[in-house]
Design a protein around this ligand. Structure first.
Ligand code: ZN
Ligand code: ZN
Length: 356
């Protein structure tokens, strides 16, 4: 049995841009919970937003793209054992309420609760040595096969959010989709769409990211400021036009532009616009007469979990090349800073226990 210490290190959010390495008690579990020793936790833009804008009250321990090893299992928990390597989901819907019956899992009251914690108000807890998984989040625990890495486990949650968004666009093989932004999320869109036989037109400002987009299956890569952008897009979509646009960057002006660029009946997917409070001009006739739709997608869909695990663990969607930077727990603040201000060569940034 793993010898459990009494205290652990954790990075605590104490206020806007204030992350501190502190010593906390190792969480105690009930008989219906598990305790996981964190191996890897990805840095996610939604946490960065909370840290930089102070949208939730401190203190909290963030980090929700977590994988690790189970070190304690409550007596009433079935199907999981100490020593299992697992990936976690911090939001799990009840599957029984009005929202869930409509498949709107991210709007379910249970889903909105966070069920993984390293202490304080549950907020993911991945930036700590140990996390406690509450009973309602146990259905979100996925075992990581022996041949796969903890990095791959930590990528299940972001991959799930992208696959959910792809499902929300009703696309057909051979369709043309513009994916704006080729950061880690944009690249996941590019690869998942290409795997479904979609012609992906990828754009970004960074050359290195465009090169990767081509490797991930994009048919055409375009510099975001290319003066011939629209002509090239036109040529590439032949006579059918653009079936959809995916905005993986939170730029308001892109929404209006994308709405003009998709064909009648096409859709614009907003994936990165997580900050409330801005307004954009939309010509209502573009929606009514041209039947263009604005679609959003947020967070993961538990019913896609098996498909996501198959894609990632079989490496049909090989996420290993996406993790470019790893930081020890003590340098979580640096990890967040880099993820918030990407360098030319940075994509997914993770905090990893084994590098401490
Ligand atoms: Zn995330
Ligand atoms: Zn529900």
């Amino acid at each position: 049995m793993f010898k459990l210490p009494k205290v652990m290190r954790a990075v605590v959010y104490r206020g806007v841009n204030d992350l501190r390495l502190e010593t906390l008690p190792v969480p105690r579990i009930t008989s219906a919970e598990i305790l996981v020793r964190v191996a890897v936790c990805g840095v996610c833009p939604t946490d960065i937003k909370k840290i930089q804008h102070g949208t939730v009250a401190p203190p909290r321990v963030f980090g929700h793209e977590t994988s690790g090893t189970i070190v304690r299992v409550g007596a009433r928990v079935r199907g999981l054992r100490e020593g299992d390597r697992v990936a976690l989901h911090h939001h799990v819907p009840c599957l029984d309420c009005h929202a869930c019956r409509h498949g709107a899992f991210a709007q379910c009251a249970q889903y909105k609760r966070t069920g993984i914690t390293a202490g304080f108000e549950p907020a993911g807890g991945g930036y700590a040595e140990f996390v406690r998984v509450l009973p309602f989040c146990l259905p979100g625990v996925v075992k990581v096969p022996p041949r796969n890495t903890f990095d791959e486990g930590a990528m299940l949650e972001p991959v799930n959010t992208v696959l959910k968004a792809v499902h929300r666009l009703s696309l057909q093989r051979g369709d043309s989709v513009w994916v704006a932004g080729q950061g880690p999320i944009g690249l996941l869109f590019t690869r998942l769409l290409a795997l479904r036989g979609i012609r992906v037109l990828a754009s970004d400002r960074a050359e290195a990211r465009l090169a990767l987009a081509a490797k991930f299956g994009a048919r055409l890569v375009l510099g975001a400021d290319d003066p011939d952008f629209e002509t090239q897009l036109d040529l590439a979509t032949a006579s059918n036009g653009l079936d959809a646009a995916v905005l993986a960057v939170p730029v308001d002006a892109l929404v209006t532009r994308a709405l003009q660029l998709v064909r009648g009946g096409g859709a614009v997917m907003l994936f990165a616009h997580t900050q409330r409070g801005s307004a954009i001009g939309v010509d209502p006739a573009a929606v009514c007469v041209d039947e263009r739709s604005l679609v959003g997608s947020y967070s993961a869909d538990v019913t896609l979990q098996k498909e996501v695990a198959r894609l990632v663990f079989s490496r049909r969607l090989d996420v290993r090349g996406l993790v470019t930077h790893r930081f020890p727990l003590a340098r979580t603040a640096d990890a967040v800073r880099l993820a918030a201000n990407p360098s030319v060569d940075s994509l997914k940034v993770v905090v990893a226990a084994d590098t401490t």
